[in-house]
Design a protein around this ligand. Structure first.
Ligand code: ADP
Ligand code: MG
Length: 361
């Protein structure tokens, strides 16, 4: 396995990029530690596949270097990088049997005999393909074909890293859940460096130790699922992660307080002081989970008017109004929603301040 270092890497598909907007990947410097399970999470078109293809060698970056451990592999072809890659749609040999498809990457490397049959049996078992081993791939469902594709990625245990590009897109929902768990188990057992691309936050957050959130060719934050949830470094991440996402409330700031619609909002010590000298749009960010709604005037709480209630089974999402701004609050299923006037309590340790979209830390 290897540590992967993207050193000042950037990529433009244009011959002569004129501005940052012409870059599918803007200049970045990232280190993916050996043995980690990483997810690359972001909306369609943000540059995930471009980044993955640069790591695997399908694409050479317009600038910068790709290092595996301390070895510069920037211009080395994919086959010499010792990487397995699984794509969004099945890449298999239709006329070969499932067994031969799974054995292919091993035989290609000169392995044979018992070693091949042992590994193939192990991977087939994991992916529920044992009964299909003798069948030709052609007749199988799209779902089974994609499992073969996954198996081809997993069969070698001598690779530097395995890269997955939205591999569960064509898999049915039940199996998706099972395969995600399997991939996590495989990672824990073999300690492979895994990079997993997805646009699905649930997939990223349950699968990876660390998630890189991307937007418009940039990695906005590389963090644990907990860090992304509790301390998003950019408002984009606050919106993108969570369901519903973080609330953002325009605020004013002076020497004494942070005010939203005239109501005083508590922040961690020092945060407001650091923002005082900054200029730009100021917003409070707070997740619906970290707000407390009550019909009693709790300590430091602000008066709000409850509106729409969405019942989501285990909990409710209540939209309240603080003068002119709407705020979503997550309320336990058993709690009655106050009517008329209610009180909303912010907690300093879970309330963040953003200037021009960036966290004031
Ligand atoms: P993602 O995988 O996150 O959906 P991509 O890496 O595929 O994003 O694409 C990032 C950007 O680069 C998009 O704007 C896309 O249109 C552009 N792009 C991707 N591949 C090519 C290509 N071969 N030629 C030109 N532009 C491309
Ligand atoms: Mg893609």
């Amino acid at each position: 396995m290897a540590r992967i270092h993207l050193k000042d890497v950037a990529h433009s598909y244009k011959l002569r990029p004129k501005s940052l907007a012409d870059f599918a990947l803007r200049p970045m410097d990232h280190l993916w530690e050996d043995g980690g399970a990483y997810a690359l999470l972001g909306p369609s078109g943000c540059g995930k596949t471009t980044l993955l293809n640069i790591i695997s060698g399908l694409l050479h970056p317009s600038q910068g270097q790709v290092l595996f451990d301390d070895d510069d592999v920037t211009y080395r072809p994919t086959k010499d990088r010792n990487i397995a890659q699984v794509f969004q749609f099945p890449v298999i040999y239709d006329t070969m049997t499932v067994f031969d498809n799974l054995a292919f990457p091993l035989r290609n490397r000169g392995f044979g005999g018992a070693e091949v049959s042992g590994r193939v049996a192990e991977v087939a078992e994991m992916l529920e393909l044992t009964e299909d081993l003798g069948k030709r791939a052609r007749g199988l469902t799209a779902d089974a074909k994609q499992r073969i594709s996954l198996g081809r990625g997993l069969v070698r245990n001598d690779v530097a890293a395995i890269l997955f590009d939205e591999p569960l897109t064509v898999i049915d929902p039940h199996l998706k859940w099972m395969l995600r768990r399997k991939l996590k188990q495989i990672h824990e057992r073999f300690k492979l460096t895994l990079v997993y691309v997805t646009h699905d936050q649930n997939e990223a957050l349950t699968f990876a130790d660390k998630v890189a959130v991307m937007s418009e060719g940039q990695v906005l934050q590389l963090g644990t699922p907990q860090e992304l949830f509790e301390r998003p470094e950019h408002t984009f991440i606050g919106h993108f992660i969570g369901s519903p996402g973080m609330n953002f409330l325009p605020c004013l700031i002076d020497e004494r307080a942070v005010l939203v619609q005239g109501a005083r909002i508590p922040l961690e010590p020092g945060v407001a002081a650091r923002a005082l000298g900054m200029s730009g749009a100021m917003e409070i960010g707070v997740r619906p989970e970290f707000l407390k709604l009550s019909n009693e005037p709790l300590d430091g709480a602000v008066a709000v008017v409850p509106g729409a209630v969405e019942d989501l089974g285990n909990f409710k999402i209540v939209t309240v109004r603080l003068v002119d701004v709407a705020i979503k609050v997550k309320v336990p299923e058993h709690q009655d929603v106050p009517t008329g006037i209610a009180y909303l309590q912010f907690s300093a340790d879970t309330t963040r301040l953003y200037v021009n979209g960036h966290l004031v830390g």
